[in-house]
Design a protein around this ligand. Structure first.
Ligand code: ADP
Length: 599
């Protein structure tokens, strides 16, 4: 996985387009350098009567001849040719580097997403989703910018600058030194301005991001805002942020607006110098007027590569940070992985055993302390206890979302670490407190855990889950697309779909995490009935706080501060007194009376 994110490894498959782009870069630099030369030849050898440099004279005479009009024709043709070669090279360089950049980002995105999805829950517990999304989008786009703009772009600019210097020195070194006296000033000004502009633009982007997050936070909790009539306050907060954005944007704009005129003045100062000395040199016959022209034109052209190089230093530093952030994720080891020699789990009978299990979340005190229990195939075990006692942690260990710190979790007599993770989880179904439905048709939501399920199986499962009755009344029945976060369905309906999902999956082990909490009595009854059908013949562990669910359990485990303090059936525990009896007295008595009254 590490290797897959190395730049060399990522670029290797694209060597052909990169090599072609490299040739195009050379073409671009050469044509850039050649651009002023036809004019030089016109001045010196067509209008004037200087002798050409012997190498140039050879080329011209072999192609065109010696007379001035033939030279002019040659020059005119070469203007066009240089422009054409330059245009074609520039097109191919940009096209090829952009396409390589796109493909490399695609590969990188794929690798990163693949890895993120497989990282353990403890990684995800500690990382904010927003941060991970930024890594998948923004950080990858910095790498993309680097490849499309910097990788070869830097080469074009450096080659062009070095080439210009070379040609100028070749023409007259002393004059070159004089003409270049403004270059360092130019470079420093451009560099510092580009840096400040970048910083200011980043500030603008950050402020814009804050506007978006305020808006999404407020609009997401618009009920609360309205209920507490805090619209005015929220409006002020938003406007304040918007004003700050305007200020930052104006500061950035003002910097940008200053740069070009300043550069123009410096270039003009350079031009003054070149003209002053240059014309004297021409008059003295030291250089030709054509050469003076080349100097003047090069000086004017130097500005662009300098600006590009300064911009690139910023892209390079941004890429370094972005790339580092991508590698940081990819280099995080999967804590939960298949151990060497892990076997494909056979079809489970469903015997579950916790054997002196101790567990702590990273940097936290012990959450589970010496937890041992076992369930025979087909039994229902209920876990009860106060909030924070460790109930959810116990079921997370059964699905191997985390590994125990010490001790072991066994299914059918074997430590679950010895099974391949996929083959283990495939045989466990979940119905959680709040079931998340995806923005997809209902039938797809039901088949989420077993996509190959047939339509008939899906409908069958929905019937068993008491879900068919409301699904068929939806506008498009099973093809109705569930709204974001299942908003268009009630809590009870969502739970019934989740139960249908678990029925379709038909796994021997079932984990239920307070699946009826927060439902009204009528809904709860429907859900409960569906749950009973789902649990038929399966080993189930239920985190429960409703008496009805608990009474149905074969064994009840009472958990307190990470240990099982009591276990037994409802009657046994009631008779024995202790935590269960206390919990029961506090929590369940009302329910029981209610149930009795209803009966
Ligand atoms: P319960 O389900 O009984 O309410 P949990 O198993 O959710 O209890 O939590 C047990 C303890 O572990 C709590 O103190 C909780 O703060 C801590 N805890 C739960 N999940 C995490 C986590 N992902 N990272 C760190 N601590 C956690």
């Amino acid at each position: 996985m590490r290797k897959k994110t190395q730049i060399g490894y990522l670029l290797k498959p694209h060597w052909l387009p990169l090599s072609l782009a490299f040739i195009a870069v050379i073409g671009e630099s050469i044509t850039d350098l050649l651009e002023p030369w036809p004019i030089k030849v016109v001045f010196d050898n067509v209008l004037g009567s200087k002798h050409m440099q012997p190498w140039l004279a050879n080329i011209v005479s072999s192609v065109a001849g010696h007379d001035k009009l033939s030279i002019l024709a040659f020059v005119a043709a070469s203007v066009l040719l240089i422009a054409l070669v330059g245009a074609v090279s520039s097109y191919f360089e940009k096209y090829l580097t952009t396409s390589v950049a796109q493909w490399v980002s695609h590969d990188l995105r794929r690798t990163l997403y693949h890895h993120i999805q497989r990282l353990s829950l403890s990684f995800h517990d500690n990382k904010r989703t927003g941060d991970l999304i930024t890594r998948i989008t923004n950080d990858i786009s910095t790498v993309q910018d680097f490849i499309s703009q910097v990788l070869l772009g830097l080469l074009v600019n450096v080659l062009t600058l070095v080439g210009m210097l070379g040609v100028m020195f070749y023409l007259n070194w002393r004059f070159t030194l004089i003409s270049l006296s403004v270059a360092p000033v130019l470079f420093v000004v451009i560099y510092s301005f580009t840096w400040r502009i970048k910083k200011a633009s980043r500030d603008v982007r950050k402020k814009e991001g804050e506007i978006a997050s305020i808006a999404s936070e407020v609009l997401g909790s618009i009920r609360v805002v309205k209920a507490f009539t805090r619209e005015e306050y929220e409006q002020q907060r938003f406007e304040q942020q918007s004003l700050e954005t305007v200020e930052s944007a104006l500061a950035a704009r003002s910097l940008k607006a200053k740069l070009t005129p300043i550069v123009e003045v410096i270039v003009a100062a350079g031009t003054c110098l070149v003209l002053w000395y240059g014309v004297r040199l021409v008059l003295a016959g030291t250089i030709t007027s054509g050469s003076l022209l080349v100097f003047l034109l090069y000086l004017g052209k130097m500005y662009k590569p300098m600006k590009d190089i300064s911009k690139m230093t910023d892209t390079i530093s941004k890429t370094a940070v972005g790339y580092e952030r991508i590698r940081e994720v990819v280099e995080t080891d999967r804590e939960i992985r298949n151990i060497p020699g892990a076997v494909h789990a056979p079809n489970f009978k469903g015997q579950i055993e916790f054997n002196h299990v101790t567990f702590r979340y990273p940097d936290r005190p012990l959450t589970l302390n010496d937890v041992s229990f076992h369930l025979e195939p087909g039994q229902v075990g209920a876990i009860v206890g106060p909030t924070g006692a460790g109930k959810t942690t116990i079921i997370s260990l059964l699905a191997r979302f985390y590994d125990p710190t010490t001790g072991e979790v066994r299914v059918d007599g074997k430590d679950i670490r010895k099974y391949k993770i996929k083959s283990l989880r495939r045989q466990i179904s979940f119905v959680l407190q709040e079931s998340l439905l995806f923005r997809a048709p209902i039938w797809q939501n039901i088949a989420y855990g077993r996509p190959e399920a047939s339509r008939k199986e899906i409908i069958e499962a929905a019937k068993l889950a008491n879900a068919d009755e409301f699904i068929v009344r939806l506008p498009e029945g099973y093809d109705t697309v569930v709204g974001e976060r299942g908003m268009t369905l009630s809590g009870g309906q969502r739970q019934r779909i989740a139960i249908a999902r678990a029925i379709v999956r038909s796994s021997p082990i079932l984990i239920l995490d307070e699946p009826t909490s927060g439902l009204d009595a009528a809904s709860e009854e429907l859900v409960f009935e569906a749950l009973m059908r789902l649990m038929e013949g399966k080993t189930s562990i239920v985190i429960a706080h409703r008496l009805s669910t608990i009474q149905r359990a074969d064994v009840i485990f009472v958990v307190e501060k990470g240990t099982i303090v009591q276990q037994g059936t409802h009657e046994e525990l009631l008779n024995r007194g202790g935590l269960y009896a206390t919990l029961h007295a506090k929590q369940f008595r009302d329910e029981e009376t209610a149930a009795v009254t209803v009966e």
